[in-house]
Design a protein around this ligand. Structure first.
Ligand SMILES: Nc1ncnc2c1ncn2[C@@H]1O[C@H](COP(=O)(O)OP(=O)(O)OP(=O)(O)O)[C@@H](O)[C@H]1O
Length: 609
């Protein structure tokens, strides 16, 4: 039986995910340990100089000045060389950290790119943003600062205690006792049953704030129009309060242990003095013991700083394992299954064969009442225009979005040129399709790059030609920076119609054999509707076209019109055939043409008042 590999956790899991080795972390550990040990030299030199002074307290002329100056210089040199090693170690740690973060970010980004659209809702967008930014930054802090600190700290503490135990076991034990007690208090809080859920609750709340703030900012127009404030925008308000409560709760769980820890560690000297004095009273003339006690009182408090760092490490490690769990929860989300060596279609007709689909996931029989689409069957022939019309919410966009596999159908199949789209490689499928959405997304980049992304490696002339065909060359050239104008913040904001024409230019450049237009002229006013139609005429020539339109006039010349209602194909045929059937299409057409001549009359204005 194949032995299952043990799942790594914490930092080991992050290193594994990033695909980076741990060489640089080891190098960082070695350099910072040497640096840390060298930084103990000042303590040692103070002790040796003091010992020399106290040893000749009755006759300073006997002092070995050369020895004392030598140790004073060694102390300073140790400090300086120690800093050089610490600096080199810190650099190695930072390089390792940024490589690990880069590797993990890329891995997550690639994984997210393969997830079905069902993954992307406001919650998961907030969560993903939080993980990709804040939680990965925490990993940088951990690798670049905590790991070197830990190695340095452990090495420093070990050497310090070895020296102390060699010098005096009882005093060393007294130095160790508050540290053990301090960690016991802290551990009982930090890894106790209450702290872990409190930490999880706080990280959850931070993710919710992220998700909710995205919704709040996106919904700002509606919030303003309806006169909402952050308090009346209940969801965001509640999440802010929830974060406050979770943060306070976590602090209440963790702080008492920390305060006990702090008090104990700061009083190391207080633990040493009684035992030291007791031993001294037994033998008051023992000068060498007095020197040792002095050494402990100078040296032992030096452990305070490394011990605090050790505690910080434990706290950060607890948060890190929570962050790693969250990264794993995204990676656990099943990506769309892709064929490695898929079939390529040689024709481009699209066939829906008895397709049923539900957004809420697979159903055993495909007959769930929640089905958005039920038993959809149709053929969109190559070189023809197939139009989808129907009431709002009837499932037109869903049908269109199943073709690029934004979601996978649960029942039935979709084929292109006879090849099931599930059997195609994702790249081949995407190269076969162009999609123009109602809300065309333009990236924060130049207009040129926004069009050129339709065909990676396109020549400049091809990009300009596509823009001309899409009727956007003129308005782009009229901008002060022309094609180099940035879109969005720091650049220009385009109107809905202009954005759509840019995305049509992108689609023209892509020149894929199948074209899906989902309300592609929705933002066009009468003037640029004409321009849009010209652009689309250029785009659709010789392609399999699936078009969704509310303005029925724009699709009356389609080769085939499918009337979709309640997730089913209710009527099909050409415009005149559907009109003569006198069904739903006829009623919609009558309403549409009626609304074309509709005017706000005095009486209707009065009715509105
Ligand atoms: N991402 C989604 N998750 C869950 N349900 C969805 C999602 N997108 C759409 N729906 C639901 O699926 C149904 C069909 O929506 P769809 O957008 O396909 O309709 P449509 O006919 O294109 O509507 P419209 O003409 O208004 O654009 C609706 O009930 C809608 O609420």
């Amino acid at each position: 039986m194949k032995k299952q590999a043990r799942k790594r956790r914490g930092i080991a899991r992050i290193i594994e995910l990033s695909g980076e080795g741990d060489n640089k972390i080891v190098l960082c550990g070695i350099l910072t340990s040497i640096g840390g040990l060298l930084q103990l030299f000042p303590f040692l030199s103070v002790y040796l100089v003091l010992a020399e002074l106290l040893g000749h307290i009755t006759d300073f002329s006997q002092l070995n000045r050369g020895y004392m100056i030598g140790w004073a210089i060694s102390g300073v040199a140790g400090l300086v060389i120690g800093y050089v090693f610490m600096y080199a170690g810190g650099m190695a740690g930072h390089i390792a950290a940024y490589r690990i973060i880069c590797g993990t970010r890329l891995k997550l980004a690639e994984h997210i790119g393969r997830l079905p659209m069902g993954y992307f809702n406001t919650n998961t967008i907030g969560k993903t943003k939080q993980i990709l930014e804040t939680e990965l930054d925490h990993i940088e802090r951990f690798v670049a600062h905590q790991i070197p600190d830990l190695i340095n700290t452990v090495a420093t503490l070990l050497v310090m205690f070895i020296i102390m135990f060699i010098m005096n076991v009882w005093l060393a034990l007294m130095g160790l006792l508050p540290i053990i007690l301090g960690f016991a208090c802290e551990a009982s809080m930090l890894v106790g049953k209450k702290a872990k859920p409190a930490i999880k609750e706080r990280v959850d709340a931070a993710e919710e704030i992220n998700a909710s703030s995205i919704e709040y900012v996106r919904g700002m127009p509606s919030i303003k129009i309806f006169g909402q404030t952050v308090r009346s925008f209940q969801n965001f308000y509640n999440v802010i309060l929830k974060f406050r409560d979770a943060a306070v709760h976590m602090a209440m769980m963790i702080r008492p242990g920390y305060v006990q820890f702090q008090t104990l560690i700061m009083s190391i000297g207080t633990f040493i003095i009684p035992v030291g004095l007791f031993l001294l009273t037994k033998n008051p003339d023992n000068i060498s013991y007095a020197v040792t006690l002095t050494f402990f009182l100078v040296f032992a408090p030096g452990v305070t700083s490394p011990v605090f760092k050790l505690l910080n490490f434990v706290e950060e490690m607890t948060i890190l394992s929570e962050n790693v769990n969250r990264i794993d929860s995204i990676l656990a989300y099943e990506p769309l299954k892709e064929q490695e060596r898929g079939s390529k279609p040689s024709a481009y007709d699209i066939v829906f064969g008895d397709v049923s689909f539900s957004y809420s996931g697979p159903t055993e029989d495909g007959e769930s009442v929640e089905n958005t689409l039920s038993h959809i069957s149709f053929t969109a022939p190559a070189n023809q225009i197939t139009a989808l019309v129907g009431p709002s919410g009837s499932g037109k966009s869903t049908i269109a979005q199943l073709i690029p596999r934004f979601w996978d159908v649960q029942v039935g199949k979709i084929t292109i040129g006879g090849v099931n789209i599930r059997d195609m490689e994702m790249d081949d499928l995407m190269n076969t399709l162009s999609f123009v959405f109602q809300d065309s997304f333009l990236f924060s980049d130049t207009l040129y790059h926004n069009i050129a992304m339709g065909k990676p490696g396109a020549a400049k002339d091809e990009v300009y030609a596509a823009a001309k065909a899409a009727q956007c060359d003129e308005f782009i050239r009229a901008l002060p920076n022309g094609y180099d104008t940035l879109v969005g913040a720091g650049g220009v904001y385009l109107s809905g119609g202009e954005q759509q024409r840019v995305s049509v230019a992108r689609a023209i450049l892509k020149n894929a054999p199948i074209l899906i237009l989902d309300e592609a002229t929705a933002y066009a006013d009468p003037e640029n509707e004409y321009e849009m139609q010209l652009a689309l005429r250029e785009l659709i020539a010789g392609k399999t076209v699936l078009v969704i339109a509310h303005r029925l006039a724009t699709i009356q010349n389609a080769d085939q019109i499918l009337m979709i209602a309640d997730g089913q194909v209710r009527e099909r045929g050409k415009h005149q055939e559907l009109l003569s059937q006198g069904g739903l299409y006829k009623r919609m057409w009558d309403t549409y043409t009626g609304s074309g001549t509709w005017r706000i009359s005095r009486t209707s204005k009065e009715a509105l008042a």
